[in-house]
Design a protein around this ligand. Structure first.
Ligand code: SAM
Ligand code: SF4
Length: 358
């Protein structure tokens, strides 16, 4: 099928077949049409403001064995850390000083992060700052999610990574006795009153064009606050990255992990979820360190997540190699991103930048 002409406001017409055709489109002029439609939709729905959500990587301990991620439990080559309460709260105050509206506390699935300990930190941040608090701590039990919500946490990020169930379970093994169902957890988060964010990696070995079309179609029905889309980047200390694992596909079915494909997924997601917050991700800025961040923002994205993690921890949060900004301080990230955003004629948003509900 040829990628169909994009009518203004015609996102509803983008069915799975049309999405798939656009994912396979290679003609540069036709793709300009896609970028233009995504950018116009972004301007009309979420506006020109780019909201900054400060990222604090609070722990790199993880019980999981995800085949793609450098933080997996089996990787003995990284030195593990867990930030202290005071260090985390200091980062939150830095976020306020920098004018960010939100902090995102992210970690491996680390049960050394005790439920009450984290609840107390959430309460402190909510009491001492005007920030929205987002958590991204993996597949914690419902009881933990409930306690943290009651403590004041506003949002939770949990990517479903791929809607191809077979692939997901191959690359994301269950914990004993706990089958992983991230879609169910996302529904629970919404029932608990969190704004839920999700997303995918693009170009996972064994991931097809068709399954990414399914992912984009799935976003449409999920009422997500944020949808994070980044390229899969090989980490040599993982089964997917050292090529000891493979899922052979028929020729031409594997979706690439290159930047062009990521832009297509971001742009199509903007068209099917016009009002969602879409970050221009660090993984995208890693595979194109020159202007990946800017191109993401010009092809549908409206959020950036500057890193607030102290440099001594940041280097140890190695999800994938050569992560963008890893050698920078929080101040440097702030200045660099402001410059990049202003250079493309956009402005930095103020306030928490939550989901627009018209
Ligand atoms: N542990 C939590 C979880 O898995 O949801 C949060 C932290 S985890 C490092 C955050 C995200 O990093 C994952 O959802 C995944 O999409 C992304 N990620 C992990 N390994 C990656 C890789 N090799 N390339 C690109 N993104 C990766
Ligand atoms: Fe742990 Fe998340 Fe990495 Fe999986 S993706 S190994 S859960 S940090």
């Amino acid at each position: 099928m040829k990628a169909p002409v994009l009518e203004p406001g015609g996102a509803a017409a983008l069915d799975r077949g049309a999405i798939l055709a656009w994912l396979r489109e290679t003609d540069a002029e036709r793709l300009e049409e896609l970028w233009r439609a995504a950018d116009e939709t972004r301007r009309r729905t979420v506006g020109d403001e780019v909201h900054l959500r400060g990222l604090i990587e609070i722990s790199n301990h993880c019980v999981r064995a995800c085949g793609y991620c450098g933080l997996r439990a089996g990787n003995r080559a990284i030195e593990r850390y867990r930030m202290s309460e005071d260090e985390i709260v200091a980062c939150a105050h830095l976020a306020v000083d920098f004018g960010y509206g939100t902090v995102v506390m992210q970690s491996g699935e680390d049960y050394g992060i005790k439920t009450e300990w984290l609840a107390a930190i959430v309460r402190r941040i909510k009491a001492e700052t005007p920030l929205a608090v987002t958590l991204s701590l993996g597949e914690r039990p419902d009881a933990d999610l409930r306690v943290w919500r009651a403590a004041g946490a506003d949002r939770y990020l949990l990517r479903f990574e791929t809607s191809d169930e077979e692939l997901y379970h191959l690359i994301h093994p269950d914990l004993p006795g706990r089958p992983s169902d991230r879609f169910a957890i996302l529904r629970t988060l919404q029932e608990l009153g969190y704004e839920a964010g999700s997303g995918i990696m693009v170009g996972i070995p064994g991931q097809t064009y068709a399954s990414v079309a399914d992912d984009i179609a799935a976003f449409r029905g999920m009422d997500l606050d944020m949808i994070g889309i980044g390229p899969y980047i090989a980490h040599p200390a993982t089964p997917l990255g050292d090529r000891s694992w493979a899922r052979p596909l028929p020729a031409g079915e594997q979706i690439p992990s290159d930047e062009l494909t990521v832009y297509k997924v971001v742009a199509l997601t903007r068209l099917v979820c016009p009002e969602a917050n879409l970050p221009s991700t660090t993984a995208l800025a890693t595979i194109n360190q020159v202007d990946g961040r800017e191109l993401g923002l010009q092809r549908g994205a409206n959020i950036v997540m500057p890193n607030l993690t102290p440099p001594e921890y940041r280097v140890r949060y190695e999800i994938y190699p050569d992560k963008a900004c890893v050698g920078e301080t929080a101040e440097m990230c702030r200045g660099c991103l402001q410059g990049r955003i202003e250079a493309i004629g956009r402005e930095i948003g103020s306030g928490p930048g939550g989901r627009r509900r018209d």
